[in-house]
Design a protein around this ligand. Structure first.
Ligand SMILES: Nc1nc2c(c(=O)[nH]1)N[C@H]1C(S)=C(S)[C@@H](COP(=O)(O)OP(=O)(O)OC[C@H]3O[C@@H](n4cnc5c(=O)[nH]c(N)nc54)[C@H](O)[C@@H]3O)O[C@H]1N2
Ligand SMILES: Nc1nc2c(c(=O)[nH]1)N[C@H]1C(S)=C(S)[C@@H](COP(=O)(O)OP(=O)(O)OC[C@H]3O[C@@H](n4cnc5c(=O)[nH]c(N)nc54)[C@H](O)[C@@H]3O)O[C@H]1N2
Ligand code: SF4
Ligand SMILES: [Mo]
Length: 739
């Protein structure tokens, strides 16, 4: 063990943390990561001998505010510790386990450091390091050829959640392709669609001041969303009632007053029955509903047959519980919410299911009021605008257009785009620019994604590690992680914490030859004669953004966060909702015009055959999607996944706890260990997503656990094309001959 990288014992670490005034709780993760390259804080004899750099976490999309404690110069500069920035209200002075473990990205042996060119068959793991000049020349050349041969829409651009993704979008527009997708059509587009079409916007939630929360299909104590996760904890401690409906007992369900193991895919039956009880028993604020909503009588007629007894048949939740849930929600209203949720990539009718969420909230009269759903205050940063002259916003030209009636024009649908690429219809797409997203690990039906990639002429991936997607590419470009680059300023909405403005300042230099994607697209734009789209430096953009508010620059320098503190409630007073009727649409005028069901119509899920299970996905608090499975510190807590299965179902199949099992769907077969638990319905199995990487790149990750992306079939939401992950049925068998 070299002196430079010697590891701290838990006691020594806590002592040094205390000496530097660092919260002991945040030290937990460092202290337990035994094999991790923990920075040697004991070398710092003078507690003042470190510098604070303000930045923002990027271990998930929440972007909690961070203070990095750093010392040294140049290539010797190192991070001693990452701490939460207590001044940031949105992150509630918190940095989660993953946020702490961001330091493990820095010296990870899995980091990409040089541009790589594929030299063998695609996915064959044969690479040659090349210079940046060669990598950019080859990429520009391939884009020129694809543009000339198939039209510029023959290039697909996909960028994940990030503050520099905007540059990839700008690059695509300047190049002249309509085909841009992101992780969003695998995540939350159906919830966005439903709430936009009901309220005219996607609301935030004021859990902090809420007294009664019904949470369906969301897991805020493991799937962290800030400030919701912290605020829910506060609310529960204060005595707010939390009711969780989930086919399995999550950590959120464990902390709730009630957990109901709902039959997967039946949430809308529960919600329609809630509406019926609230309307029939006259439990709503008539004056508020009449002045704010559209379609009350149509809704009343629609839910007349949705009795609690009917909903019990569908959901498996006792009618008496449904009636009580409705009465308790109504009694606490408007400080009561049916939590809208985030990931809604579940069913083919997810948009209609989420319309049900929206409609119940409307009946609780909670919108734009403390303890309810919140309208989003407008906070805008100055920008360097660019209008591509040939890019008129023409959704009909997207390759995935016309398959669903309510496609989001600027996101599209990854699943539908993949089908279009594979079929070559309505036109060929033959090139792919991928930034910071890993569809091979996160899109359903991995084999289909692989087939799509094999069908392309050219693929370039920009990543920090060799993800399975990068692995299937032709050119892989190494990127700096969030601690190694400056980013533009960005606005984050924080619900009851209010919006804030943050930025990322480079904390340490990147390894090897990593370049931020801004530099990549700027250089490519120059080579493709569209350099005018990037006629500025990142520094110039930041300077422009810093002029957006008086005091922004100095406050960011001094505190690392700027909170503009606009009004948070009563924003809709005297203002129309951004819907066709100007009101909250219980009855959707837009859907009626398009010939769709204007009220949320319940579709019962397909029956589960006796020998099969519904497969559902979710998260653990120590893992983010596929991106942290090879983080050494986090692997200590969550190094693999298991198959949750009910003991009764396991007994029927002769499966014991810890046995290796084979899980089969119509598109894939995976192996992992069984975990017997009464915390799941007997007709459902579950595994954490984010494991089962194929690539031989990520050393720690390869071969750990099963890939849920390999098992999920590629169904999609009928209205907006969001992926529908939970429609897949699987069989489970004990794996004979396995240890
Ligand atoms: N630690 C951690 N935190 C994260 C992330 C992460 O990767 N790791 N990712 C972030 C992202 S991008 C997102 S979108 C959010 C996602 O956060 P959530 O929206 O909370 O989504 P999931 O964690 O996928 O949880 C979905 C839950 O729905 C349950 N479920 C499945 N089918 C049904 C059903 O039909 N009805 C009901 N009522 N329940 C059902 C599943 O068992 C699961 O527990 O988390 C964010 N926070
Ligand atoms: N089975 C299953 N599938 C799911 C989900 C699920 O719960 N289960 N959840 C869905 C949801 S909610 C979401 S949001 C999507 C997420 O889907 P993705 O966006 O594909 O998510 P990640 O797996 O986090 O992939 C992020 C990629 O970015 C790379 N990366 C990380 N930091 C940087 C950086 O600074 N620069 C660059 N260039 N690259 C970086 C990582 O190495 C990784 O390859 O997945 C969806 N798919
Ligand atoms: S929730 Fe955790 S991983 Fe996500 S941004 Fe915040 S600290 Fe980072
Ligand atoms: Mo997501």
């Amino acid at each position: 063990m070299s002196a430079k990288h010697h590891r701290l014992s838990r006691r020594a670490f806590l002592k040094s943390a205390a000496a530097t005034g660092i919260a002991a709780v945040a030290a937990e993760v460092h202290a337990r990561g035994k094999d991790a390259p923990i920075p040697d804080a004991s070398e710092v004899t003078d507690p003042k001998a470190y510098e604070n750099v303000f930045t923002a976490c990027d271990m998930c999309f929440n972007r909690c505010a961070v203070i990095a404690r750093v010392n040294g110069e140049g290539q010797d500069r190192k991070i001693l510790k990452l701490d939460p920035n207590p001044k940031c209200s949105k992150s509630r002075g918190m940095l989660c386990a993953r946020g702490n473990a961001g330091v493990a990205l820095i010296n990870s042996p899995d980091r990409l450091t040089r541009p790589l060119l594929r030299t063998g068959p695609r996915g064959g793991n044969l690479w040659r390091p090349i210079s940046w000049e060669e990598a950019l020349d080859r990429t520009a050349q391939a884009m020129r050829e694809i543009g000339a041969r198939y039209s510029r829409c023959g290039m697909l651009f996909t960028a994940g959640a990030d503050t520099q993704s905007r540059f990839v979008h700008r690059f695509a527009e300047a190049y002249g392709s309509f085909n841009i997708t992101s992780h969003e059509s695998l995540c939350l587009l159906s919830v966005n669609r439903a709430f936009m079409d009901t309220f005219g916007e996607v609301p935030q939630v004021d859990l902090l001041h809420c007294d009664h929360i019904v949470m369906l299909g969301a897991n805020r104590f493991e799937s962290l969303v800030m400030p919701d996760s912290a605020d829910l904890m506060q609310a529960v401690r204060r005595g707010a009632k939390l009711v969780v409906l989930d086919p399995r007992c999550t950590k959120t369900a464990e902390a709730a007053a009630e957990w109901h193991a709902i039959r997967p895919g039946t949430d809308l039956a529960f919600l329609l029955a809630l509406c019926r009880v609230i309307l029939e028993e006259d439990l709503y604020d008539r004056a508020w509903i009449e002045s704010n909503t559209h379609g009350l009588e149509a809704l009343r007629a629609h839910v007349a047959s949705c009795t609690p007894a009917w909903a019990e048949q569908e959901t498996g939740i006792k009618a008496a519980h449904i009636v009580r849930a409705a009465r308790e929600l109504a009694a606490a209203a408007p400080r009561a919410v049916v939590y809208p949720g985030r990931r809604s990539s579940d069913y083919e009718d997810s948009t209609q299911i989420r319309r049900g969420f929206a409609v119940v909230n409307a009946l609780l009269a909670n919108f734009d009021r403390p303890g309810g759903l919140m309208s989003t205050p407008a906070v805008k940063l100055r920008d360097i605008p660019f209008e591509a002259p040939w890019f008129d916003d023409n959704p009909a030209d997207r390759v995935d257009a016309g398959r669903v009636p309510l496609l989001f024009n600027d996101e599209g649908s990854f699943v539908l785009t993949r089908d279009a690429v594979l079929s070559g219809q309505p036109y060929p797409v033959k090139g792919w620019f991928i930034y910071k997203t890993n569809p091979m690990g996160t899109a359903p039906d991995r084999e289909k994604t692989a087939a799509m990639m094999r069908s392309l002429d050219f693929i370039v991936s920009v990543d920090i590690m060799m993800s399975d997607t990068a692995f299937m590419s032709d050119i892989v470009l190494p990127a700096p992680c969030y601690l190694e680059r400056d980013d533009p300023l960005f606005v984050l909405q924080g619900g009851p914490a209010g919006p804030c403005i943050l930025t990322r300042n480079r904390v340490v230099p990147p390894p090897g030859e990593c370049r931020p994607v801004f530099d990549v697209v700027k250089a490519l734009a120059g080579k493709l004669d569209i350099g005018n789209a990037f006629d500025f430096t990142l520094h110039e953009l930041r300077e422009r953004q810093l002029e957006s508010f008086p005091g922004l620059k100095t406050t960011l320098e001094e505190d690392g966060v700027f909170e503009p503190s606009p009004a948070l409630y009563g924003l809709k007073k005297g203002r129309p909702y951004k819907t066709p009727s100007g009101r909250i649409e219980l009855y959707s005028t837009l859907y009626q015009q398009k010939g769709l069901d204007p009220l949320p119509v319940y579709t019962p899920p397909a029956a589960v055959p006796a020998d099969s299970f519904v497969l559902v996905a979710g998260r653990t608090a120590c893992i983010t999607q596929t991106q942290s499975q090879n983080n050494r510190l986090l692997a200590e807590f969550a190094g693999t996944n298991t198959l949750w299965i009910h003991p009764a179902a396991a007994a029927r199949l002769g499966i014991g706890n810890g046995d290796e099992v084979t899980v089969r769907s119509s598109v894939g077969t995976e192996h992992l260990r069984a975990e017997l638990t009464k915390g799941i319905r007997p007709d459902t199995v579950y595994m954490h997503s984010g494991f089962g990487a194929l690539a031989s790149g990520p050393g720690l990750a390869a071969g750990t656990g099963a890939s849920i992306a390999a098992l999920f079939e590629s169904a999609y939401d009928a209205l907006c094309g969001n992926a529908a992950l939970h429609t897949t049925r699987v069989t489970v068998q004990r794996r004979e001959g396995a240890a």
